[in-house]
Design a protein around this ligand. Structure first.
Ligand code: C2E
Ligand code: MG
Ligand code: MG
Length: 754
């Protein structure tokens, strides 16, 4: 920049010099008759020499000047000296001529002096201008003061010289400022150029630009690489040329492409719009940011912007959001995604109904706990695959947690929903192999139809759950469709659960005893204590109905303790050979304090441990909070007999019989019912009896109702039986009376004593 200034300076002072030489020529002729010819001519010659020197010096410097500007400073210094000399000689010349000239010539001289002073305004920098202006102005002033002391002329000269001096300083300062800002601008532009080049070379992003007609400007190397296309194909209209026609063809309203189009139409800026592109048949994603460019007049002159390939980040994001909305084990939708989807479907349920299927695996916990989590996981994965195979692509299957699944089947036809459920039950229950073992699991299904059975997710889920609950209650591996009556059942359940809390305190809960007889001599061997609840309004409520409520309501321990105390207290008064059997609920038997509790009850009632039998159901050992092997052993060590109740109905495994210290097996009444009619049941019962014999366990057959059943059981070698053929359950008093009166008598049927 300094160099530029020096050049301008050189041109200006040389032009002034040419003009000055011409003026000198004119003066020489005009004042040739003046006295002091020698001095005048000497000064004129001196001036001419200096002007020539200025022209020559400038010309020489311009020829030799290099880009560094180092010699420009020296040039300035010399030129300043020459200008000063010029100013001094002009001053002297004016004084000389003013002294000897008549009045009319003085006016010309005055005009020439003023003109010469004014030329200094053209010179920059100020030091060089002042070098000329100061001596010249001083000379002119002296010439007036000494030889033409006219107050007007002097004032005018002073004002003019003052104005010129001010202009020199002011204009030069402005010019300097402008020069500095121009330098800064240039530096900034250079910096931006460098940064952009660096960006293009190193960053993964790329720049793009269009002209006012929205035509893409030549693509950078980086863009050509990213777009995997030759640079020529990236010419043309934006964004078609950049993204390809097909990418834009099916852009949906509101999509990023649509917003891009809209922004361009409005000549508006846009930021981080993620648009899909197909590169060599591969789906990729670009993020585009763009800004309209306006020229000085505010007219649109194109767009420039930056783009980047964000396919990797997008895939990672998709993966993360997939994980957040899917179950990592089965890859089915999780509860979050399912709830969202269900809400969406509910919004349009009145136009397009659907079926909601809620499902739950039967006895899954048993498998998980006994066979390990790896097996449980493998089972869930298989179940998920089977569920998927039962539905169409547009139906939605989800794992809601644990062994709970749900499916939205897009149909309004209940038969179709039932058909899907049937298929699910059939396919899920097929055996599957894992790690060398073959397993089987059942699934129960509850169905609610939208919008008939509900139009909100909460309602539908609640109703499908009710149906599922009913399916489970009706014997697992079944499907039930929601029916408004189920709500009533739930309501009753709720009412009962609330009143059950006070039932014990109000004495509504009692214990009855069903005699157990020896099949050989028909003598009473003992009795099983069974709970009864006599509700003030609803009458007798069977234990199968209220025990699950008590368990769910957390009062089963209390009730269980009550039965134990009652049974032991009553049995202590019976003849010493009679035993009493008490059922243990799974929750109750899982309690750590059950062993000291029973020991305490036996002690306080005075009943010998050998006369107490504790009945546990097979599944008890598998359910949550189930007694550990150790608890059962401790009870066994107390001298109490442990009986396995309802044998054959649960998750049977011979390994339990070996591992746990059972003293008795109770064959479930379902096997006894068809005894003598179903060969299969006969052989099962016979096998159980043989097995028990070999393992030194007593066998009791439950639910014996006919003499034929009793006879057959006796012939199989079954030791004991229990059932309506012999006795109904009866109150403790009745039982005590019965045993007292029947020391030797044969059994007879009695009505239920409660
Ligand atoms: P369970 O332990 O298998 O009891 C035998 C059930 O069979 C009793 O039903 C009894 O009345 C019934 N029964 C006996 N003989 C016959 C017969 O000839 N034909 C038919 N159809 N049924 C017969 P109940 O009293 O209704 O008890 C049902 C179940 O409730 C019991 O089955 C037991 O699992 C549970 N339960 C009863 N009392 C208690 C208790 O104090 N604690 C626990 N945890 N469970 C109990
Ligand atoms: Mg029992
Ligand atoms: Mg039983």
């Amino acid at each position: 920049m300094f160099l530029d200034q020096a050049r301008d300076f050189s041109y200006v002072i040389r032009a002034i010099s040419v003009m000055g030489l011409t003026t000198l020529g004119l003066l020489f002729f005009y004042f040739r008759h003046n006295p002091y010819g020698f001095y005048r001519n000497s000064v004129l010659l001196g001036l001419a020499c200096i002007y020539t020197l200025i022209i020559w010096h400038g010309w020489r410097w311009l020829r030799r000047s290099d880009a560094s500007g180092a010699d420009a400073r020296r040039y300035f210094r010399v030129a300043c000296g020459l200008l000063f000399g010029l100013g001094v000689l002009w001053g002297v010349l004016v004084i000389l001529l003013m002294q000897t000239s008549p009045a009319e010539e003085r006016a010309l001289l005055y005009a020439i002096a003023v003109g010469s002073i004014s030329t200094s305004v053209l010179v920059s920098p100020p030091a060089s201008a002042i070098a000329f202006w100061a001596p010249m102005s001083l000379g002119a002033l002296l010439s007036l003061v000494l030889f033409n002391p006219d107050i007007y002329a002097i004032s005018d000269l002073l004002a003019f010289a003052g104005l010129t001096g001010f202009c020199i300083l002011y204009l030069n300062r402005r010019m300097n400022e402008r020069a500095i800002s121009a330098i800064r601008l240039e530096e900034n532009a250079e910096l931006i150029r460098l940064l952009l080049r660096d960006f293009e070379e190193n960053a993964s992003d790329w720049l793009w630009e269009t002209n006012a007609q929205m035509e893409m400007q030549p693509a950078s190397q980086r863009l050509v690489q990213v777009a995997r296309r030759p640079a020529e194909s990236l010419r043309g209209r934006f964004p078609e040329a950049l993204l390809g026609e097909e990418a834009l063809r099916d852009s949906l309203p509101g999509s990023a492409l649509d917003r891009l189009r809209q922004a361009i139409a409005d000549r508006a800026p846009f930021r981080d719009l993620v648009v899909p592109v197909v590169l060599d048949g591969e789906q990729r994603y670009w993020s585009l940011t763009g800004k309209p460019i306006l020229d000085r007049q505010g007219r649109f002159s194109g767009y420039h912007g930056v783009g980047s390939d964000i396919t990797r980040q997008r895939r990672q994001q998709e993966h993360i959001s997939f994980l957040a909305r899917h179950d990592s084990l089965t890859r089915l939708a999780n509860r979050v995604l399912f709830s969202e989807t269900l809400s969406q479907f509910c919004e349009t349920a009145h136009e397009a109904g659907f079926a909601l299927l809620c499902m739950d695996l039967d006895e899954f916990k048993a498998i998980n706990d006994t066979l390990g989590h790896a097996m449980g996981d493998a089972l869930l994965v298989t179940v998920a695959e089977r569920l998927r195979s039962c539905i169409r692509d547009f139906d939605i299957a989800a794992r809601l947690g644990g062994d709970e699944f749900a499916i939205i089947v897009l149909t309004t036809d209940i038969d179709e929903a039932l058909a899907v459920a049937g298929r699910i039950i059939e396919r899920v229950s097929r055996p599957f192999r894992f790690d060398g073992q073959t397993l089987q699991i059942g699934i129960s299904v509850g169905i609610a139809m939208a919008p008939v059975d509900g139009s909100t997710p909460t309602q539908l889920l609640k109703n499908a759950d009710l149906a599922l609950y009913r399916a489970k209650g009706d014997g697992r591996g079944t499907v039930r469709v929601y029916d408004p009556a189920m709500d009533e059942t739930m309501r009753v359940r709720h009412v009962l659960q609330t009143s059950l809390h006070q039932a014990l305190a109000r004495g509504e809960i009692s214990v009855v005893y069903q005699p157990i007889v020896n099949l050989v001599d028909q003598r009473i061997a003992g009795a099983e204590a069974l709970l009864r609840w006599t509700h003030p309004e609803r009458g007798n409520i069977p234990p199968a109905q209220f025990i699950p409520l008590a368990e769910a309501g957390g009062i089963m321990e209390e009730i269980g303790e009550f039965v134990l105390r009652e049974a032991c207290r009553e049995a202590a008064a019976w003849p010493p050979e009679l035993t009493v059997a008490v059922n243990l609920s799974p929750l109750q038997s899982g309690e750590a304090r059950i062993v000291p509790l029973i020991a305490g009850i036996l002690k306080s009632s005075g009943l010998p441990a050998s006369r107490l039998e504790l009945e546990v159901v097979e599944n008890t050992m598998l359910e949550s909070g189930s007694p550990t092997e150790e608890t059962l052993r401790q009870l066994h060590r107390l001298g109490v007999r442990i009986a396995l109740d309802d044998f054959g109905t649960g998750y049977s495994s011979l390994s339990y019989l070996r591992r746990f210290p059972f003293g008795k097996l109770k064959i479930d009444s379902s096997f006894i019912r068809d005894l003598g009619e179903e060969d299969r049941d006969d052989s099962i019962v016979l096998t159980i009896i043989r097995l028990a014999e070999q393992m030194n366990m007593l066998v009791t057959a439950e639910g014996v109702e006919t003499a034929a059943q009793a006879e057959l059981l006796r012939s199989y070698g079954c030791a004991q039986a229990q059932g309506f053929l012999f006795y109904q359950p009866m109150s403790g008093q009745d039982f005590a009376r019965l045993v007292a009166s029947r020391e030797t008598a044969s059994p007879r049927r009695m009505p239920d004593g409660v």
